[in-house]
Design a protein around this ligand. Structure first.
Ligand code: PEP
Ligand code: MG
Length: 587
């Protein structure tokens, strides 16, 4: 039966494929297709992993048998019996084999997929005792996965297969697109899916500018977040359509709906092809104003996509992604230096703005470190606050960035800064880092130092900011969150997250105007910069530098090429001053 699940549209386009429903915390498992010739080897890896766990349990049982009832209560041995039983369970084994043989999933992926399917069956059980065996099943799977980590994996995963033709839907072979449906994915999880097998994503939680959504957008495949119960409503392998434009997932679509979306999908492809021709066209408005279109990147390798999209530099390198998912181990100065240098060299002489670490809130360093200890992590020890609380680590990062600036034009950008004391401390730590490099006789280049305007207090203290900084970059994602007191990652208040609120637009407009008055450069690097709804407005407010995900650059360029800033100025001032800017924007 066809039904639709509504969420929040975050990355445009249409994906049609089979659902891969992923349980929480399963994103760290590799997902790739194997070759038919590797099927036996993959089954063997699973078998070896399972046998190792069986042996481990047998060993444990032997040890327990020599202990008294105090050290080893009877329940423990009963529990191990249950685990052994689960390991022999025919449904687990045959299910895993099915995903490997029929779908060519790698062994880990096959195991977690079958685990997900069985977990659902446990959830549906009436008997509480049996329902609770789900936790045992998960433990057993976890142990197998742990053993498999030590067993050599086959050669590198082959390239992802992405077919977009609607006629694939009639084909039940393995070679069909897959869409990932999960309760939640952390930004670091999302990052793992760059170059992945998935043609689209849906998550139950998240807001439009949550960091998970931002990374999903950078993958340039259709995505919907905040779809509430999606991961419960969809079953493994269901056919689904993800409409990333309207934020809808359609489950088990009828042939008529499929035909309609197949048509839409082709239209999207045609539009992409058309925009592709603008790649080498300079971004100049009708009245001759040059506009800088920069890229936001998460990893050094993203420089390639930035150049391909025609970016004239990187306006925001979110350096925190280098620090995530490392079990608390920070990259040292050399590792960071090499990563920043790679991004700088990757941009082939174009400027790169490296933002210092912005962890905290919805960007934990490790997934198991989600900040539940603090009531309001978004208002807590985040970004520059974190760095100033860890000055040793901050100086390591500063030294690495300063060293990378020998290899090209580098700007240093400070996130979430609000107080004059923070500004002074930050600048003196930068001086300190330079002095340390001097003492070591290590070369570094000149950098311009800028601040992000993402807290209303910063937008209202421009005189101080412009006294100390060379440039400003407006982080609208956080500026909206903090101006309107709306958690950007919380889907339950997503309808109140409003870039068009007059207060937000006033802060953006004043920041741009003040920078222009003082001859300092200013850009917008929040998601507003890549949203074509706002291009004309921002141009009218005087903005000439936009930083966004590479995938959005060409669509924004098209708007720039059609704009006449002389005519937009008066209109933009009226929009900002109006009671309902969203309406004035479309009038
Ligand atoms: C912003 O807040 O607008 C921004 C660009 O930073 P981030 O999205 O990484 O918080
Ligand atoms: Mg921010």
């Amino acid at each position: 039966m066809t039904f639709a699940v509504h969420g929040i549209a975050v990355a445009r386009g249409i994906a049609i494929g089979r659902a891969v429903v992923m349980g929480s915390g399963r994103a760290d498992v590799a997902h790739y297709f194997i070759q038919p010739s590797q099927v036996e080897a993959e089954i063997e890896r699973i078998r070896a992993g399972r046998n190792a766990v069986v042996e481990e349990i047998h060993r444990l049982q032997q040890t327990i048998s020599t202990m008294g009832p105090k050290e080893a209560p009877h329940e423990l041995s009963a529990l191990l019996d249950v685990h052994l039983m689960l390991l022999q369970d025919e449904e687990l084994i045959s299910g895993i084999k099915h995903w490997i043989t029929d779908r060519l999933y790698n062994a880990e992926w096959a195991l977690t997929t079958q685990l997900e399917a069985l977990s659902r069956q446990f959830d549906d059980m009436e008997d509480e005792y049996l329902r609770e065996r789900k936790a045992d099943l998960e433990q057993v799977a976890e142990r197998i996965l742990r053993y498999m980590k030590g067993i050599a994996t086959p050669v590198q995963p082959p390239a992802p297969r992405r077919k977009t033709q609607q006629d694939l839907l009639l084909d039940d072979s393995v070679d069909v697109p897959l869409v990932l449906v999960a309760h939640d994915l952390s930004p670091a999880d999302m990052l793992q899916f760059k170059q992945s097998v998935f043609a689209g994503f849906v998550t139950d939680v998240g807001g439009k500018t949550s960091h998970t959504a931002i990374v999903a957008r950078s993958l340039d495949i259709p995505a919907v977040v905040g779809a509430r119960a999606a991961s419960n409503l969809v079953r493994q392998d269901d056919w689904v359509i993800i409409d990333g434009d309207s934020g809808v997932m359609i489950v088990d679509p009828s042939p008529i709906i499929l035909a309609e979306y197949g048509f839409k999908q082709r239209q999207v492809e045609l539009e992409r092809g058309r925009l592709g021709r603008l790649r080498h066209t300079p971004a100049v408005t009708l009245d001759g104003q040059k506009v800088e279109l920069l890229a936001n990147i998460e990893l050094p390798d993203d420089a390639e996509a930035a150049l391909k999209a025609g970016a004239v530099g990187v306006g925001l390198f979110r350096s925190e992604f280098l620090f995530m998912g490392r079990n608390g181990e920070m990259p040292d100065e050399e590792e960071q230096y090499l990563a920043y240098r790679k991004a700088v060299e990757g941009m082939q002489g174009l400027p790169v703005t490296i933002r210092t670490l912005d962890v905290g809130a919805d960007k934990p360093l490790d997934d198991n470190e989600r900040d539940e200890a603090h009531l309001n992590p978004a208002l807590g020890l985040r970004a520059i606050r974190w760095s100033l609380a860890e000055p040793e680590m901050f100086r390591i990062q500063l030294r690495a960035i300063l060293r990378a600036s020998v290899h090209g034009k580098v700007n240093l950008l400070i996130p979430m800064i609000a107080h004059a004391t923070e500004i002074r401390q930050t600048l003196s730590l930068i001086d300190f880092a330079r002095a340390e490099l001097d003492n070591r006789g290590v070369a570094y280049g000149p950098v311009e130092i800028g601040a992000m305007i993402e807290i209303p207090a910063a937008a209202l203290s421009l005189r101080t900011f412009l006294k100390y900084f060379d440039f400003l970059s407006i982080g609208t994602n956080d500026l909206i969150q903090y101006t309107l007191a709306i958690d950007r990652a919380d889907e339950s208040v997503a309808h109140l997250y409003d870039p068009c609120h007059p207060a937000v637009l006033r802060l953006v407009a004043d920041t741009i105007a003040e920078c222009r008055r003082q001859g300092k450069s200013v850009s917008v690097c929040g998601e507003m910069a890549g949203d074509t709804q706002f291009t004309r407005l921002l141009l009218g407010l005087g903005l000439r530098s936009f930083s966004m995900h590479p995938a959005q650059i060409l669509a924004v360029k098209q708007e720039v090429l059609r704009a006449d800033t002389a005519r937009l100025e008066k209109w933009a001032a009226e929009v900002v001053d109006s009671e309902d800017p969203a309406q004035a924007l479309t009038a």
